[in-house]
Ligand binder design. Sequence first.
Ligand code: OMP
Length: 235
Amino acid sequence: MKKAVFVALDYDNQKDVENLLQKLGDPQETYLKIGMELYYHYGSNLVKTLVEQGYHIFLDLKLHDIPNTVYQAAKQIGKLGVFCTTVHALGGSAMIAAAKKGLVDSTPKGSEVPKLLAVTELTSISAATLANEQNCSLSMAEEVVSLAQTAKNAGADGVICSPLEVQNLREIVGQDFLYVTPGIRLSAKANDDQKRTATPLKAKEFGSSAIVVGRPITKAESPAQVYQEIKKEFE
Ligand SMILES: O=C(O)c1cc(=O)[nH]c(=O)n1[C@@H]1O[C@H](COP(=O)(O)O)[C@@H](O)[C@H]1O
């Protein structure tokens, strides 16, 4: 997988999406993430439109349900031509395997099966929240490794984690797995709701396979300029 910068299109309307895309350049070279906000409004039509325009689409719906429900949902996603999609690793190995099977079963012959990424611990979760609210006795690093191992054994192609965990994951879970990292911030002053963050350069040094960037680009005064700077720093 190319060391891509996925722009998280966390907008509530298509006009804002179109305005941004006009500034980002060649669709074939552009990686976009569509999450719940846009998907719940525009559904799969917007996904299909952007795929047809040549964009690489990361459809982030974070499936988390019983295996049969996730299998059926993944079968719908497999038809869309997206580049990758997500489930929550906490759903367990049977659910992750069901998602993978759904994607494989529904992807048209000759097309590439979307990569399945399992979300480990959200980058908005701190070590204190992991301990106090999830009552997890493992450290953040150990918990993320454990979820990543489950995901890999169940057939996922990679995980979503914070850049801070990637070095350790590469050593323990392996190099032959994708480590896609949100929680990217250009300065520690603007963390918003993110708790485990790093700059694009640090993410690159830690070994992230790809990064996901939303507000640092979408809320910038010159989104296209910030996007190009992040790309240069990471790729
Ligand atoms: O699955 C994700 O993409 C995701 C997982 C995670 O642990 N943390 C996380 O921030 N994300 C997504 O990555 C994007 C980050 O957005 P910003 O914080 O605005 O850069 C959002 O669309 C989140 O939904």
